[in-house]
Write a protein that binds this ligand. Sequence first.
Ligand code: PLP
Length: 427
Amino acid sequence: MASMTERAWAAFPAGSNGEFDLPAALAIVVARGEGCRLWDSEGREFLDFSMGWGSALVGHASAEVVEAAVRQAPLGANFAHVNENALLLAEEILRLSPACEQVRFCASGTEATMYCLRLARAFTGRDRIVKFEGAYHGAHEVGVTSLFPTRLRDFPEPDPTSAGIDPPVGEQVLVAPFNDLETTARILARHASEIAAVIVEPLQRCTPPVPGFLEGLRALCDEHEILLLFDEVVTGFRLAYGGAQEYYGVVPDLVAYGKALGGGYPIGAFGGRADAMALVREDRLGRDGYVWMASSLGGNPISTAAARAALSVLARPGCHDHLHGLGAYLRDRLARVLADRGETARIIGDGPLAQVVFTDRPVRDYRDTRAGDAAKGRALMLALFARGVFLNPMGTKLYLSLAHDEAVCDAFVDRFDDALRAVAGDG
Ligand SMILES: Cc1ncc(COP(=O)(O)O)c(C=O)c1O
């Protein structure tokens, strides 16, 4: 009888549903999760530092989210129509999100950023989009362009990263270096009349914006009448209850949400200026500038019930102080272990996010990250996996949650230290 992992390799390309690239010997099939722990189909326990790629910010199977989903389940899973949970959730998002005058739900972060981009193009009547090298905005054409460029091109030339990209769409993306306002300003000035939007992860992967960068983007977009799009799929509800907008004090024109919003359930949301959001009004169908938007599962009552429960937890006083404190604790402990072992590395991240980059140079953009020793990062990730730590194998981004505490971080750091010793070849 084949094992679950053998069956996964037969059923899925690389044994994965699009999450990982692990050698067969380390592959697992997850059976269940609780708090910050996972168990695989053979009963092995893992400390989870991926947390559903950050979607389970309140922890796996948190009591509040489970209760809300279970209460809704017998009342119907989907109506493809405004329902009470969706409406109450929308009202809460309008309260917490500085940019959102109106909002709509879809089923993923990919859809949310896609709709923001489409709205920006329709609203401005321009086609080109500026994105930052190394940023991810979901699986669509713009989202993956220059995500992991195969070669470093001169800015603003895009690299597709994925085969099968619609060539005209790829060519419409102009690529800028994150945290480099000067180069970005030059690109915007040169192409202003063609650019619909600048899309940015306010905290790009784990690289924080340098002071003034987001404010500078806001000013440049205002100057050139370009829409500023915040992809808050990761930062939303995580860096602060009001997300990166509240945390960094910069308000975009449009914003995309996903991940933590759903408490682990599938959801996406996008919102912003009412004059731009008005383009999706169905009573405009057939008129110039109407933007098609529809999602069979968007705003379904189970995801929105789970999201309301997750937000009620994340809105509690002290919640984000706790998440920031824990992130700082983990980054500090990792820095010490790396220093004690004589490793040249930088720990980046903010709030409940951390990433180790084996480099001696400050990390300000994708090229700094890429200059790091990726082979060592990969070896370390595999060594941690073998020591019962579940990570996102596609990157070395560590996601903490409300279910983590200092004791769990300490256990992680001990295994990290041991893995580092093994990778260095002295253990
Ligand atoms: C910043 C960012 N935007 C968008 C997405 C896409 O979200 P989803 O996977 O829900 O489509 C992701 C996913 O990792 C993300 O990190």
